[in-house]
Design a protein around this ligand. Structure first.
Ligand code: CA
Length: 229
């Protein structure tokens, strides 16, 4: 899956340069020009956020806090002045890195790559909740409590998609698009049936899940906690 980056920046000149450079590196880039638009777009599923500190409608710090309420998506903050730099450094507002304007687009690209390497080493085996759930992404094998379990292809893709981004909320439509492809013409409730089956296989108590949580009125998110290593 290609890496998706959300750029929240009101200065079109900057966002278009940043977008151009990142696209050249193979990233899929979306630009939001206000804080609200950025927050709305986040639900579409991104791997990294580049966030301008000074936006017309909201402070970058506020946006950062909103994002951090339910996501640990990597955030690179763009600041315009050195006193803003101090704010970012001093307040610990949840950004993973920051770049001071004017910056070289190449440097920003390097920071993006470094941050992505740091936060998501391309692991092939994911282990959650102290080894209770182990997902081998390459072999497409899943073990629950040490015992291999059989998942359908759709169930595996669903689990892979959710577990790859713990904490991120996916809408039913997003999951259908990601898993079954854009051509699928059916009720988005189809996804509920797959989730139900998946829960019966991986949850101790499907009615009180420790892995796939329903976000009412929105969709689902993965809440298992990934083990170290
Ligand atoms: Ca700005």
């Amino acid at each position: 899956m290609a890496t998706r980056i959300l750029v929240i920046e009101d200065e079109e000149k900057i966002s278009s340069i940043v977008k151009g450079y990142l696209q050249k590196e193979g990233f899929i880039v979306t630009v939001a020009s206000t804080g609200q638009e950025g927050l709305n777009r986040l639900a579409e599923g991104y791997d990294l956020v580049i966030l301008d500190l000074m936006l017309p409608d909201m402070e970058g710090e506020e946006i950062c806090r909103f994002i951090r309420e339910d996501s640990n998506i990597p955030i690179i903050m763009l600041t315009a002045k050195s006193d803003e730099e101090d704010r970012v450094k001093g307040l610990g507002i949840g950004a993973d890195d920051y770049v001071v304007k004017p910056f070289s687009p190449r440097e920003l690209v390097a920071r993006v790559k470094a941050l992505l390497r740091r936060v998501s080493p391309r692991q092939k085996v994911y282990s959650f909740n102290n080894g209770d759930l182990v997902i081998d992404m390459e072999k497409m094998e899943v073990r629950k409590g040490g015992t291999p379990i059989e998942l359908t292809n759709t169930e595996f893709k669903l689990l892979q998609c959710l577990a790859d981004r713990p904490g991120q909320v996916f809408t039913r439509l997003q999951l259908i698009n990601l898993i079954l492809g854009y051509d699928f013409e059916g009720y988005d409730r189809t996804i509920d049936a797959h989730i139900k089956n998946l829960r019966h296989k991986i949850e101790d108590n499907p009615r009180s899940p420790s892995y796939i949580k329903t976000v009412y009125g929105v969709g689902y998110k993965f809440i298992g906690s990934r083990d170290e290593n």
